[in-house]
Structures are given as C-alpha cells and as structure tokens.
Design a protein around this ligand. Structure first.
Ligand code: 26Y
Length: 821
C-alpha cells in the first residue's frame, strides 16, 4: 500500500530489524545478545519500535505547527492504555516483519509481547474510553492531544486472600523503565498552591505566595492505524520546585529540607482507585489543579506561538472535559485571561465558554463531585473568588429568567449551601461549556431530564447532545482476536473494515454458509482454549472449552449487579443438585467467569467478591455438578486480561439496574467479537439491540421508568422476597444456611436484598432466570442458529467504532478537521 512507502521502518527488511534490536540490547540495555530473556527481548524490540513512532510523531507535530489548524485537547485524569508494543506494531503495519526478526533471534513473539506490563492509569470505562479515543483520533488523522497525569502507581494489583477477600498491592509500573514515554525535561510549568488572593478593580485579581510545584512533561506517542499520523498524550509529573530548601539544608536541618520535596512529589504518586464514587480527598483536588494548570499553560503557550490575537483562542482551541474531573480548567482559564493577559472579564468569559465542552459519564448521585469550600479556599483562593463572581452573575440571570423560583436558584447555584458549603463541579462544568454530552442515547436523555433538567430549562435543549461511546476495533478485534480478524479479512478480501467498521455488514452474505460457520466456530473454540490454558496455568483449574462460557467482567459495584449474577448461579446450582443423574446429563454445561476490582474502601463490593469466590469453591468441588457448572473469579482484571477474556465469550452479562449504567463499553467489545449479550434495557445495550436485532440479544428486567416507583414501594409498601420471588428467597436462605461460610459474613449483603433492595435484585430475579433459560435453549437447541446469531452480532456492530464517535466530536462539537501528514 502506498501510505506505507514513506514510513520509517516499514521499508526495512528483517535483517535490518534484527540488527537494530541487537543494537539496542548491546548499547541501550548494555547486555550481551546471547544472555537476554523474554523481558530483555521485549525491551530491545520496544526501543526499536519507539524510534519509528518518534519519527512519525515528529513529522505529525511539525505539520500541525506549520499548518496551525484548530486543535482539540482531551483532558482526562485517566488513560487506561494497557500494553503498547503489539498495538504499535499492528498500527505501523510491521508486526509480521518484527515477529520474523524476533524469531530469528530465538524468541517467540507472543512471549515477548506478554513481557510488557500494562499501563493502568485508569479505573475502568472512562479511562479506557480515553485510550480508545486517542487511538481513533490518530487513525482519523485529527489534530487531538490528550493531557493526563503520570502516576507513579497505577491501578492497584488485586490479590484474592484464602478466605476469598480482595487484597490490594501497589502497582509500581515504572520500576522497569518505560520505553513508550519521551521525558521532556525542558517542558515545565510552575503550579501554585495556597497563598493569598487580592482583588483589584474590574474583577481582576492577584494571586501570590503559597507553594510552587513543578510540572514536567512526559510525551507518549499514539500511532494511528495505516497512517503516519501520530498523536500525543502529555502526562505531567510533579517535582518539588527548588529541590532542597537550601537554607534549612545549610542550617543542618536535613529532614525539614526534604519535607517540601516530599509533599510536592506526592501529587502524582498514585491514581485514586474510586470508580463512580466521590471521596473528597485534598490530594485529589491538588492532582486536579496541578494537571489543569499545567495543561492550560501548555495550551496557551502553543496558541501564543501562532501569533494570533487572544480573541482567536476558541477558533484554534477546543478543550473536552472528560467528566467533571478537569472542571478547574474553567476558572483557571478565566484567571489566566483576566489576571495575566489583561482581558476584560466579560470578554474572557466569552472566550472560555466558546472553548470548553463537557462529557458527563454518570447520573449516580454518589459520583458527582462537590468540593468543600473550606478545602478549596486553602488551596485555590483566587479560583474561589472567580467562582463566586461567576455565580453572582449567573444567579442574577437565573432569577431574571425564573423570577420567584428560589428552589431552582438553590439547585442551580455553583455553591451548595446545605451540609457545609460545597462547590458543585457539574454545575460549573455546564456553566463554562458550550456543549454538554452524555455517552449513550438513554443516558443523554436522563441527563437532560434529571440531573441537568434545570440547565436545559435555562439554556435550551441545543446545548445538550449525545455522543454514543465507541471502542477501537484495532485493539478490540484485530489485536485481541487474531483468528477472527484473519477470517474476516479473508472473507471480505481486505483489511479496510478496520477503518470502516460498517464494512462488517459484508459478512451477512455468509450467515447461512456452512463452510463459513465452521471457520467461525473454530475461531471461537480456539479463543476458548486459549483462555482455558490461561485459567489452568494461573488458577490450576481445568475448564472444558466445549462448555458455554458466560462472562461478566467490569468494576465491582452494586449498581452493576454482579450480585444478581452470583445469586442466579446459586439458583442454577441448587436446581442441578435436585436433579437425577439422567436429568443432569441433559443440562447445558456452563463455565461462569467473573473478574473486576472493587474500590479498596467499598466494603459491600468487596463482600460480593468474597461471596463469588466462596460460592465458586463449593460448586467447583461438588462432584454432583462436575462438568456441568464451574464458577471462577479471575483475579486482577486488566486491559490485558480483557483481551484474553472477551474473544472467548459465548455470552456476556451487562445487567445493571435500568437507568444506572451510562453506556458500558465492554458490551460493545464482547458483541464485536461475536459473543451474545445478556442484559438489561440500559445504557448502550439498547443501541446494540437496535443494531444487531432484538432477537439476537437476551433482554430482561424492569425498564428505567419503573425504577423510581419500585424503589418507592420498597420503602413504603415492602413485599417480602418470598412473595415476590420464591426462587430468590430459597437462594437467600441457602446462602444463610452456612454452606458458603458463616451466615454472619453474608448477612449484611443479604439484608440489602431483603430490605430496601435499592438495585431491584428481587424485582428482576425471575425475569433474569427466564432470560438465562432462553440462553440455554438457544445454545443447545440449534447450534447453527446460535452461530448465525453470533455472525449477525459481529456484522452489525459497525456503529460502535470509536472512529465514528471521535468524528462526531470533531464535526459536531470541536469543529476540527483531519490534517494529512
Ligand atoms: C469522582 C471520581 C471519584 C470518579 C472517578 C472515576 C467518578 C467517576 C469515575 C469513573 C466513571 C466511569 O468510568 N464511568 C463509566 O464511563 C464509561 C465511559 O463513558 C461508561 O461506559 C460507563 O457506563 C460509566 O460507568
């Protein structure tokens, strides 16, 4: 292909590649070529690939500078990247040659690739979405940069204790040097904390004193697929401003001298492991400001290099806020414009509100950020003034539009006055943005009609949009599922589908083709064997790859209802136990797999993990169900483990209480890989069903509009579980009988179901069992029909490419265009 002609490295042949790898072994790593292991081979290979990435990166950035197009910046506190080497090789089109080269040196490419550690700078969906979006922006040749934090410690490593409890260990992912980053020791920003703020005339201010922390840039090149276009994520790392405090050092007070260094370097130490749950920690606010201030200063410096007048800022810069975590960028840009650039207040606000747009990822009240004014005042006194000034003008406008509606004003205010004054970050994000979007149709509708309803009344509907999430088909099919990818390419006659996912529709021609069915099934069987081998080697458990693989992997959260799944498993177990051997022989054998991390402080989520593990222990050692039911919790879920699990599913579960899961993105990954979906009518499940057809998904449960009333009834006219669902009542009794461990351990969890049942386990249980029965029937009755469903599912997933999503952001929100390199 012609695009490859100009790419460095692509023209190199295998001997050149091996030579370069050996060169890195001997010089960069300073080791002997005959004396390296897989890890050494990985490092040297990565260093060789890094060179090609950097050449393309340089050319891309030079082109951006020369052409000076409007650019978009994606501000995200999380980038859940996973491994890089395989992805880079595939995107550069060099995987085959490198595999051959690595082979010549006596290594197996698979082993080399698996020596890489995951970069886990994120919690879950929001962080992985950011990673998919930067991949798509490079592939679509859009001038987009990401800005994030370079945490020393990423997402914790999860261990499972002998009693089934989750334990956490740190993830020092930078201990082996990271070949994918380019330290920019010359790109630095001073970031101030504390001190005092003075107000001058015309809303201007002066902020001085306090403590300064140095932000240092580390760049991570993001290659597009089949293009030279290579974008960037700039990760900031914190360093003490002056290293040692020389005065205390000279006075002989060594301990005090290092104290300032310590507190400053702390800022980028660790990723907060909370997902969808706000905690209000001071260090987290410091992280947020440190990152916003460094990024904005960098963006402003780049803008100024164009020589344009400051009023042109929104014509050259779009900034996307990934949830409310970067909302401080709004008052920070105001501060820069008003206090440092001498822009008049109203003109500055006009610039700000034409620059930012905000993506909301949740409607759960416990996830909404609200910073106590007290903490804020200590760290960011000038920003507090700015927020008060903005609020003053804003509330006057609200009062004018809705006279005498005090309750509305109270709800819309940037400051919550109840239980200690708090700053409402979502309100501030809406105020400072020109566009607000949700991440799936249903979720965007819920944003408009519930949490931001007042703002829709105030601004009008056109400020509120939907951009349904997407996933990159490069990582989530081509890379993680080589056998299916090869079959698709062979069938469609080219790899063009990887950049135009709607082309998968071409597979529909073969939905009844017997030979194609055989190959399709062989690929799935191969992926299940691959997973079975991993399970054998890590847990020592043998699972039969001929059984149906049922998978639920995601963060452990009550709203995601792993609890419903495990209670359903127990019901299945009890049912099989009650059968005669002849009946048992007719049961559809299942392997049920769970994985996911619980926030270390989320006690109930950890209890649910413990229940899953202990139920698994009992079931897996019961000869009565051997070969018919296996239940496993795979520890330490990660992007890399997802790449192994997702291609191996027959069914995946996405069973959140209706209206709680904003979108979900793993649902898309499973379906793209031909696994069928069992889920509730929630988030992007709905749009998946619209695309693949209702008869190709298994839906169950109450719908969103029913949830509120059901919850009301639970409170005010509760019906005992026994009446609602005798099946569930029996399962709960079984758990409390002590067969999985003492009743007192599980009681707090069981009580959440028996009383209150906020997530509607009891209301949806029978419907869930019914859906499971439909799954069994479809799987066992007619294998051909099942394969046809699987083919149809993959073939109709075109909409869910993150290329479509990122192009929607580019065209409808950012107003940016592709730049040819
Ligand atoms: C406030 C702070 C502690 C916080 C930290 C992380 C709040 C939220 C989060 C993460 C949220 C998250 O991952 N949300 C998920 O975003 C995905 C991408 O849009 C959605 O698919 C998914 O439904 C949603 O839960």
């Amino acid at each position: 292909a012609t695009w490859k002609a100009g790419l460095r490295g692509v023209d190199s042949d295998v001997p050149e590649i091996t030579k370069n790898i050996v060169h890195h072994v001997q010089t960069t790593l300073a080791r002997q070529a005959y004396n390296i292991d897989d890890m050494g081979a990985y490092q040297a290979t990565a260093l060789a690939v890094r060179e090609d990435l950097i050449v393309n990166w340089n050319e891309t950035q030079l082109t951006y500078t020369k052409k000076s197009p409007k650019r978009a910046y994606y501000l995200s506190l999380e980038f859940l990247m996973g491994r890089t080497l395989d992805n880079a090789l595939l995107n550069l089109g060099m995987k085959d040659k490198f595999s051959e080269g690595v082979n010549k040196l006596g290594f197996n490419m698979e082993d080399v690739l698996h020596s890489e550690r995951d970069a886990a700078l994120g919690n879950g969906g929001l962080g992985r979405l950011a990673a998919c979006y930067v991949d798509s922006s490079a592939t679509c040749e859009l001038p987009v940069w990401g800005y994030g934090l370079r945490y020393q410690y990423g997402m914790f490593q999860q261990l499972i204790a002998p009693d089934g409890s989750q334990l956490e260990a740190p993830d020092p992912w930078l201990d082996n040097s990271n070949p994918w980053e380019i330290p920019r020791l010359d790109v630095t920003v001073d970031v101030r904390f504390g001190g005092h703020a003075e107000k001058l005339e015309g809303n201007r201010g002066i902020w001085s004193g306090g403590q300064e922390v140095l932000a240092i840039a580390y760049d991570c090149p993001i290659p597009g697929s089949d293009t030279k276009s290579t974008n960037n994520i700039r990760f900031w790392s914190a360093r003490p401003r002056r290293g040692f405090d020389l005065q205390s050092f000279n006075a002989g007070n060594y301990e005090r001298a290092v104290e300032t260094s310590n507190s400053a370097a702390n800022i980028t130490n660790v990723l907060y492991p909370n997902d969808n749950h706000y905690a209000g920690k001071t260090l987290r606010l410091q992280q947020q400001y440190f990152w916003c201030a460094a990024s904005l200063s960098d963006i402003m410096r780049r803008f100024k290099n164009t020589g344009k007048d400051i009023s042109e800022f929104p014509n050259l810069v779009a900034i996307q806020l990934n949830d409310t975590h970067p909302t401080l960028a709004i008052p920070e840009l105001m501060r820069i414009l008003v206090d440092e650039e001498d822009v008049e207040w109203n003109a500055a606000w006009d610039i700000v509100t034409r620059t930012f747009s905000y993506t909301n990822h949740t409607v759960l009240p416990e996830a909404l950020e609200k910073w106590p004014v007290q903490i804020f005042e200590q760290l960011l006194p000038r920003h507090l003034q700015i927020i008060y000034d903005l609020n003053w003008t804003f509330l006057q406008a609200v009062a004018k539009k809705f006279p005498n509606d005090v309750a509305k004003m109270e709800r819309m205010s940037l400051i919550e006055e109840a239980n200690g004054r708090q700053i409402r970050m979502a309100n501030l994000a809406v105020l400072g943005s020109f566009k607000v979007n949700g991440v799936a149709e249903l979720h965007s509708e819920l944003v408009r009609t519930t949490i931001l309803k007042d703002f829709v009344d105030f601004y009008g509907i056109s400020k509120f949009a939907n951009v349904t999430n997407g996933i990159t088909p490069r990582r989530w099919l081509d890379q993680c599922n080589p056998s299916l990818s090869a079959l698709i390419t062979e069938t469609l006659g080219s790899r063009a589908w990887l950049k135009d996912l709607y082309l998968l529709k071409g597979l529909l021609k073969y939905e009844d083709d017997v030979a194609f069915h055989k190959k399709w099934a062989a690929s799935k069987a191969n992926n299940k064997q691959r997973l079975a081998a991993y399970i054998k080697s890590t847990l020592g458990v043998t699972v039969d790859p001929r059984a149906m693989f049922v998978i639920q992997v995601k963060r452990i959260h009550e709203y995601k209802r792993q609890s419903l799944n495990i209670l359903g498993v127990i019901h299945r177990y009890l049912t099989i136990k009650a059968m005669t051997p002849e009946e048992r022989a007719k049961v559809n054998p299942r392997v049920v797999l769970f994985a996911g991390k619980a926030a270390p402080g989320y006690w109930m989520a950890k209890l649910i993990i413990r229940l899953i593990v202990n139920v698994g222990k009992v079931i897996n050692s019961d000869p009565d169900v051997k070969g018919v039911l296996t239940v496993l919790f795979l520890p330490d879920y990660s992007v890399s483990l997802a790449e192994l699990l997702i291609p191996a599913s027959d069914i995946s579960e996405h069973i959140s209480t209706a209206g709680t899961e904003a979108s979900g993105t793993s649902n898309m990954k499973f379906c793209l890989n031909g696994g069928l979906l069992l889920g509730t009518v929630d988030g992007a499940n709905i749009e998946i069903a619209e695309e693949v057809g209702e008869d190709n998904v298994f839906f169950f449960g109450h719908l969103t509009p029913a949830v509120e009333e059901l919850r009301y009834n639970h409170r005010y006219n509760p019906i005992p579980v026994q009446e609602k669902s005798p099946a569930l009542a029996a399962v709960l009794d079984n758990v409390m009988s002590g067969c999985y461990g003492e009743a007192s351990i599980w009681e707090p969890f069981i009580n959440t179901v028996r009383q209150g049942d906020y997530y509607l386990i009891s209301d949806d249980f029978d419907s869930y069992l019914n859906a499971q029965a439909m799954v069994d029937e479809a799987y066992t009755k007619d294998p051909k029909e099942w394969i046809k469903k699987s083919i149809n599912t993959t073939a109709r997933m075109g909409k869910f490419s993150s290329d479509r999503a990122i192009m929607t952001y580019a065209e409808e929100i950012w107003n940016i265009e592709p730049v040819k390199i």
